[in-house]
Write a protein that binds this ligand. Sequence first.
Ligand SMILES: [Zn+2]
Length: 460
Amino acid sequence: MKKISLIAILSFVCFSTNAQTKDSISMKRIFNETLLNGNAYQWLYDLTENIGPRLAGSKEAGTAVEWAKQKMIEAGADSVYLEPVMVPHWVRGPKENAYIIEAGGNKQTVQVIALGNSVATPKDGITANIIEVQTFDELEKFGRAMVEGKIVFFNHPFDERFVNTFEAYGEAVQYRWKGPSEAARYGAVGSIVRSMTNAIDDYPHTGSMRYNDSLPKIPCIAISTVGANLLSKIYKANKDVKFFMQTNCEMKDSVLSYNVIGEIRGTEKPKEYVVVGGHLDSWDNCKGAHDDGAGIVQSIQIIKTLKALNMQPKRTIRIIAFMNEENGLRGGNKYAGEAKLKNEKHVMAMESDGGGEYPRGFSCGMTRAQFEKVQGWLKYFEPFDAAKFSFQEGGGGGADIGPLQTMFKTAQFGLNTTGQRYFDVHHAASDVFEKVHAQELNLGSVVMATMVYLVDKYGL
Ligand SMILES: [Zn+2]
């Protein structure tokens, strides 16, 4: 008996060592192929420089859909198809105007941008006194007596103590998202929010906001951090400061757009899906290189890498370029809704939407048992210095794949990057191709492909 168990143990050890060696060799091949023959960087140039800004509903978003379809075909996908989805069609119109009017009448122009989905000011703009707050508590304390008829200026900076800038963003973004309605609650006529960045420059950063339907819809803008500092300085010196803002945006009727889906069919379990993607749309004021051209090209590169290496997955790999993450999330919701209708089984969903900076690991939104299994693979990510996996109960993947988690509890992987410079350019005109580093971009794709390889082979 003893002898048999020893043989059994030895053969198991040999088998698992062999499997590990085989896996290490496969991963080395993925690494070499992506780094030496990858197209992600050239594709990113093409998407950002030849198509450029591509807000959902725009003509350019339509061009980007055709582009993504073509790139997935070129990468070697077994099939590529479009999933129709109705998306909001918000347009900015002519550039916004804004200036500070000091107590003595001196005017100082500042850089601003209307927030996505917001209503416009009257054609001739709004001029009103300012009231500056850092928090909703302060706003509440001022109350209607102090706020009515004024423009509320939410000057809430990123908390520099967060090492992870995404946490600073998460804490500050409420003032952009619901600030306008909270200001309207106390009778404000307009709302300004400090741009969501810790960079001090003159780029205003746009982004989504949502009105509370039970409150008046007031126009809202983001101001550059240079503009915010100037406005705050003038306001603190003399509270009798006025502000002029004029915006021209408009929400039009929804239009038809698409998620783009490319598949590599599974050989053993073709009805089990491994989803990987990013979002194809960007804001209209920027070329969306980090957000999220990077995630798109990293994902499509996985098709090219696996096909070039003739690695046939067991399960079906679905690469998805989601539409309308920025101002509606219609693409992500549509995909999960269709999956439910078709009763599809998803093994995992991965998203890269944290920019093309150096990859550090994954946020893992899954069960504890699944996370333990994933942690067993850390050694494969150590050579890339990307072995930082964090457990995120009920979240952690990305906006587009969130609905899969809500509907099916699908395990989520969100690619984490160093992220130190991401918010310098996020939703601003400075989010351009030159800000993305080829090697870092490719390494992100390698780390994603490595996890796809492991989950496909061993399941979760
Ligand atoms: Zn994004």
